[in-house]
Design a protein around this ligand. Structure first.
Ligand code: DC
Length: 221
């Protein structure tokens, strides 16, 4: 049986950085499920579908062919044959993603893809519903969080490093709004699975968090 580690938590908690490092250390494949939802949102934006047009979201999600490949240790997301890694990290796509990810058809399609990926490969998978829905039998479940201010400061630094102009208070407000939507949606809301271990990374370095998760995995397996 393939092994799996599920890492869930709110935006900006450091999930992707840490999941990638854990995967590298354990020689697992890192699967970033948020990137799949982002590719779906990008498709909707390209098609001119509005965030609140649920019927159009259902019909256009059938036309979006999303596949994942791993090239040079990096996950590459293809949307209808096009590598969209460079297009899915904007705030516009992030906000649209949070809106379309409440849709049942979108979730069913992407959850199926995620479960298939984990069937035959050892994975570290991060997202919002991995421990609760996608991989209920994961070998280790972690719920990774940090205070909203710390998460906003991290996002701010990332954007500034990419020369994207932004305001810290606006980023914090976006994070608070996104958390609220992710935690209060009807389908697969973001929440800690009963058997997940809570880690607050506000006062931890990425290396400390990575080591803690590897240690927890080794203890349990
Ligand atoms: O992790 P991220 O910021 O790339 O995720 C973008 C959005 O996708 C987030 O607001 C919620 C949604 N998402 C989800 O609903 N389920 C997942 N497993 C992963 C992401």
């Amino acid at each position: 049986m393939a092994k799996s580690i599920a890492i869930d938590g709110p935006a900006g908690a450091g999930k992707s950085t840490i999941a990638r490092m854990v995967a590298e250390e354990l020689k697992f494949i890192y699967v970033d499920t948020g990137a799949m939802y982002r590719a779906m949102a990008l498709y909707m934006l390209k098609e001119g579908v509005g965030a609140d047009e649920s019927e159009k979201i259902v019909s256009s999600c059938q036309k979006a062919d999303i596949t994942i490949k791993h090239e040079n240790n990096e996950q590459v997301v293809y949307l209808n044959g096009e590598n969209v890694n460079g297009l899915i990290r904007t705030e516009e796509v992030g906000n649209m993603t949070s809106a379309i990810s409440v849709n049942k058809a979108v979730r069913e399609k992407l959850v199926e893809l995620q479960q298939k990926l984990a069937e035959s490969t050892d994975v570290v998978m991060d997202g919002r519903d991995i421990g609760t829905v996608v991989l209920p039998n994961a070998n280790l479940k972690v719920y990774l969080t940090a205070s909203t201010r710390v998460r906003a400061e991290r996002r701010y630094k990332e954007l500034i490093a990419k020369n994207v102009s932004c305001k810290l208070d606006e980023i914090e407000k976006d994070i608070i709004d996104r958390d609220y939507r992710d935690m209060h949606r009807e389908l697969s809301p973001l929440k800690q699975a009963d058997d997940a271990i809570l880690l607050d990374s506000s006062d931890m370095t990425v290396l400390e968090v990575k080591e803690k998760i590897v240690e927890l995995y080794k203890e349990k397996n």
